[in-house]
Ligand binder design. Structure first.
Ligand SMILES: Cc1cc2nc3c(=O)[nH]c(=O)nc-3n(C[C@H](O)[C@H](O)[C@H](O)COP(=O)(O)OP(=O)(O)OC[C@H]3O[C@@H](n4cnc5c(N)ncnc54)[C@H](O)[C@@H]3O)c2cc1C
Length: 421
């Protein structure tokens, strides 16, 4: 590798694919740097479990910016009976992404290790040599999660999606997001006698699409995070669906978030985030029904509280404190799975590339350490506070700076803007 390219896209998941397709559509010569074996599916769409569904309906999941019906058309080409409003298995969506990935011609199988500024561009050090590019898009997802609890025991798992031979009977899932729902469904399908406890600070499951009757309308009060939270609570208490209100703000969320002061955002993260996320990242209806059945059978229970410690004796003995109580309870399980997803915060452990960007001052963490500091165009802001004109980050690394940037519809349109910005 030695030539200079107009655009280098680093990553092998759906974000990198969206950027590569957008570049091709605009005639921008792009090279993708992705680990060997990457296929555009990344973390979210590599699952083979049919119980793991998309949480966005098929009609909105095209990966091609100017072809909004591309995914539905692809589904139709395989099977005429397509429901565009349905939530398909993520494994099916993975096949769709793979098919597009195979059409990319400039993919270098390598890991990017470091970036350095050169005249009018960037030099990317990779495991296969160096590549110069005028413009770079970081589409690297987030680095692997780090343990929330200091316990070194193989029965504390950080990746619930990793293939495994067997599931034990008693489990604890930390976090009650969509990831925890996925793992609970897989676990209980694999093992009829599974007994799972799910713990999260607020004890809230994601709401389901069409969970609450859509009667009444509510406009969220967006003057401050506290007002948002109050109006969401009011909506729920009066039986009005807060999801419609959250959805109606979807196009305005970045505006709203970037307009908040740093203190407002911190307040939102502390007080409103759980409610917001549960209304924003919702379960597909089939998933919600399956989870409700498991809860009704007593195989899955959700508690609100905090883990205080885990001791490994014969079992894993988990000390946890129920929310609002002083006493500590102990739960004995065979395995703990950390399902906190993107919520763990930025860490460069496990990503030499991120470490090098941060160490060299080419990037800095955002104020809430959820990802990198980015400007509105998703340009990476260096330690000196200035955005680099030609270095962008796509996907979850922008969460703290933009908030609404991790789902395919946003990734697709941001990718298209970046390749020509
Ligand atoms: C479980 C789950 C389910 C989801 N479901 C939906 C859904 O239904 N609908 C929706 O719209 N969104 C969903 N999302 C949101 C999801 O974030 C996006 O849809 C999208 O998959 C993000 O992909 P990505 O490429 O940004 O990150 P990732 O999928 O994490 O991919 C990152 C890629 O970059 C590679 N990489 C990392 N570092 C380097 C490096 N230094 N050099 C080269 N390559 C590197 C990695 O190996 C990987 O291939 C889901 C997310 C999760 C986690």
């Amino acid at each position: 590798m030695s030539a200079r390219v107009a655009l280098a896209i680093i990553g092998g998941g759906a974000s990198a694919l969206a950027a590569a397709l957008a570049a091709r559509a605009r005639g921008v010569a792009a090279t993708v740097i992705a680990p060997a074996g990457a296929d555009g599916c990344g973390l979210a769409y590599s699952t083979v479990d049919p119980l793991h569904r998309l949480n966005v309906c098929a009609a909105r999941m095209s990966i091609v910016e100017n072809e909004p019906h591309d995914f539905v058309a692809w589904l139709q080409s395989r099977d005429g009976k397509v429901q565009p409003q349905d939530y398909y298995p993520r494994a099916v969506y993975g096949e769709y992404l793979r098919q597009h990935w195979r059409t990319l011609s400039n993919v270098v199988a390598a890991e990017a290790l470091a970036l350095a500024a050169i005249q009018n561009g960037w030099r990317i050090q990779t495991t296969q040599g160096a590549l110069d590019a005028t413009r770079v898009i970081l589409a690297i997802g987030v680095p692997p999660a780090q343990p929330l609890i200091p316990v070194s025991d193989a029965r504390y798992r950080l990746d619930g999606y990793a293939p495994r031979d067997a599931w034990p009977r008693r489990g604890l899932l930390i976090g009650s997001s969509l990831t925890a729902v996925d793992i609970a469904l897989s676990w209980c399908a694999a093992r009829a006698d599974a007994e799972l406890t799910v713990i999260s600070r607020h004890g809230l499951w994601p709401l389901a699409h069409n969970d609450l009757p859509r009667h009444g309308q509510i406009a969220l009060d967006i003057r401050s995070p506290r007002h948002i939270l109050r109006s969401m609570r009011r909506a729920i208490a009066t039986g009005v669906d807060p999801c419609a209100a959250v959805d109606s703000l979807r196009d305005a969320t970045v505006e709203l978030w970037t307009g908040f002061s740093r203190a407002d955002r911190a307040q939102f993260l502390r007080h409103a985030r759980s409610r917001w996320d549960s209304a924003r990242h919702r379960m597909a209806p089939h998933v919600a029904q399956a989870l409700a059945a498991l809860q009704a059978d007593g195989r899955v229970r959700l508690v609100a509280g905090r883990i205080r410690g885990i001791a490994a004796d014969g079992d894993l003995a988990v000390d946890w404190q129920p929310r609002g109580r002083a006493r500590i309870e102990t739960l004995r399980v065979d395995e703990v799975v950390q399902c906190t997803g993107f919520d763990g915060g930025l860490t460069s452990a496990g990503s030499p590339l991120l470490r090098s960007l941060l160490d060299a001052g080419l990037a800095q963490a955002d104020a809430h350490r959820l990802g990198l500091a980015l400007d509105r165009k998703q340009r990476v802001i260096g330690a000196g506070g200035r955005a680099h004109a030609t270095l962008f980050a796509l996907g979850a690394l922008g969460r703290g700076s933009l908030w609404e940037c991790i789902a395919i519809p946003e990734i697709r349109s941001s990718a298209a803007a970046m390749v020509v910005a």
